[in-house]
Design a binder for this molecule. Structure first.
Ligand code: B12
Length: 453
């Protein structure tokens, strides 16, 4: 069969970070690698391509068009499925990705033939064998329109498979992580034991961390040509065993690369000696969730660290010369004074880069019920659930004032906290201008939202 694998384009009306962090569609590269032995497969990345999908599908003579999807993509993916069906009703449409795992029902639509609730090499091979022979049967993890989108009820999760990095060769020089371009992404350990209240990732990957098969990791690492690798593990600093396994691997393979990782404050404090070694091996930046200036909120979020731990972690990283890309969450009950305290707190931490998300009670989180009565949008206003938009009605100040405070804080951070001159030296003017243009886009969206509210 001829299979076209598609990443949908950026969603213009959503507030996204894609201008700062724009990585390869790793899931599609994995699917490609399973299917390429028996089928013709191509990846079409619409975040980069400008050609219309129906034109591409016709030119490629696609039998199947498969889409990956994140939360904000639902409507776009459905629209693209309809476009494909309209241009050629014999093309089979398939959808997979994070959002089909979290909300498969969102894709039950006349123009969607099959939904992969979860994906592994077994159900992929079984499904395509059936499809090639013209049969459709109930397969674990897959819901098909002709079977009333019924599920076999077998529980499963997405399998971390070996990706074929060459499948995105023509796009790879555009994939980046902040100032690092080109950059690849991969995962070393899957699952997260931190189970923070606001986080979706342990729900997607499970509450026990398991290192990915070392042979797979070795093969994958050796196939990456980019100088920079971003590890998407929820917390790279989760255990001594994990850190030792990674350090040994980098030394065995004699790798000489830049690494970017997510690291918890708890891990920074516990494994500072390993951080020193990681720095020597190429660790450039850690994405750290400092979250808030309030210990009460830290406690409610089930964070395993306090606001003074944050300060200590910041000191350790600064002494080691590891950049901090900090993330925070704005609580919907904050008033003017809280935002003031928040700005002061960010200043005391002095991260290299700061991002602030309004607390987002995603429909799969228990927090959703808690805030249900204060929600500003419906669960199926998919493009709003970007983790960048205010979703909960503020309680202490008006929505307009809340946006104003967010805007002020973002400007303050961009002008006085983010170390722009240092960044220009590190990444060059062009990269920093690209990133600043992304910031301006977000600021513009905040201003529009403020005026509308
Ligand atoms: C890398 C990454 C990105 C990349 C791109 C990822 C992509 N797929 O295109 C970038 C940096 C661009 C990105 C952007 C965003 N992201 Co993001 N991202 C991640 C991250 C760190 C890893 C995702 C990943 O690669 N996982 C590994 C791969 C292998 O898993 P996978 O894609 O699910 O693929 C598996 C299956 O789903 C399947 N599959 C995937 N596609 C398909 C297609 C078909 C046809 C089939 C059969 C199977 C299949 O194959 C794989 C088998 O294992 C996750 C956090 C996490 N650890 O999950 C957040 C995450 C997915 N992102 C998230 C969010 C919110 C966003 C943004 C909205 C943030 C923002 N405001 O900017 C934007 C949206 C971009 C846009 N549409 O404009 C949320 C998603 C929530 C949701 N319900 O979807 C997550 C979970 C983080 C979080 N906040 O909790 N992201």
């Amino acid at each position: 069969m001829r299979i076209l694998l598609v990443r949908p384009p950026r969603i213009k009306q959503a507030i996204t970070l894609s201008d700062f962090m724009f990585s390869e569609p790793l899931g599609l590269e994995m699917v490609y690698n399973v299917l390429k032995f028996q089928h013709e497969v191509e990846i079409f990345d619409m975040m980069i391509e400008s050609k219309k999908l129906s034109e591409k599908a016709a030119e490629y003579r696609a039998d199947v068009v498969g889409f990956t999807s994140l939360c904000i993509d639902v409507k776009k993916v459905l629209e693209l499925c309809s476009q494909v069906k309209k241009s050629d009703s014999s093309i089979i449409t398939v959808v997979g990705g994070t959002q089909t795992y979290l909300n498969p029902n969102a894709f039950c639509h006349a123009d969607v033939d099959h939904i992969f609730e979860y994906t592994n090499s077994e159900n992929l091979n079984k499904f395509y064998n059936l499809l090639s022979s013209g049969n459709i049967e109930l397969v674990d993890g897959i819901r098909s329109k002709d079977l009333g989108y019924k599920s076999s009820n077998a529980k499963g999760r997405n399998e971390y498979m070996l990706p074929d990095r060459k499948s995105t060769a023509k796009y790879r020089n555009q994939y980046s992580y902040f100032g690092y371009r080109p950059a690849a992404i991969m995962e070393f350990g899957i699952g997260c034991e931190k189970v923070c209240d606001f986080c979706l990732r342990w729900r997607i990957e499970g509450v026990r961390e398991k290192l990915i098969d070392s042979e797979l990791t070795k093969k994958d690492l050796s196939s990456i040509e980019e100088q920079t690798i971003m590890f998407i593990d929820n917390d790279f600093l989760s255990s001594k065993e994990k850190l030792e396994a990674f350090i040994k691997l980098v030394k065995d393979l004699k790798l000489n690369k830049n690494y970017i990782m997510y690291g918890s404050v708890k891990g920074i404090l516990e494994f500072k000696d390993y951080l020193k070694e990681l720095k020597q091996l190429g660790l450039k930046a850690l994405l750290v969730g400092y979250e808030t200036f309030s210990n009460d909120e830290m406690h409610k979020y089930h964070k395993k660290s306090s606001t003074s731990d944050n300060l200590e972690a910041a000191k350790i990283l600064s002494n080691l010369g590891i950049d901090v890309w900090a993330s925070f969450m704005a609580h919907p009950d904050w008033g003017k004074n809280d935002f003031k305290t928040f700005r002061k707190y960010i200043k005391s931490l002095m991260p290299q880069i700061t991002s602030i998300s309004p607390l987002t009670p995603f429909p799969n989180l228990s927090m959703y019920e808690k805030y249900r009565n204060r929600l500003l949008y419906e669960a199926n206003d998919f493009e709003k659930w970007s983790f960048g938009q205010v979703m909960i009605m503020p309680s202490a100040i008006s929505l307009r004032n809340y946006y104003w405070e967010l805007l002020k804080t973002n400007l303050y951070v961009n002008l006085f906290i983010n170390k722009n001159t240092e960044m220009i030296k590190k990444f060059g003017v062009i990269n920093i201008l690209r990133i600043l243009a992304g910031s301006l886009k977000a600021v513009k969206k905040y201003i529009t939202l403020m005026m509308e509210s």
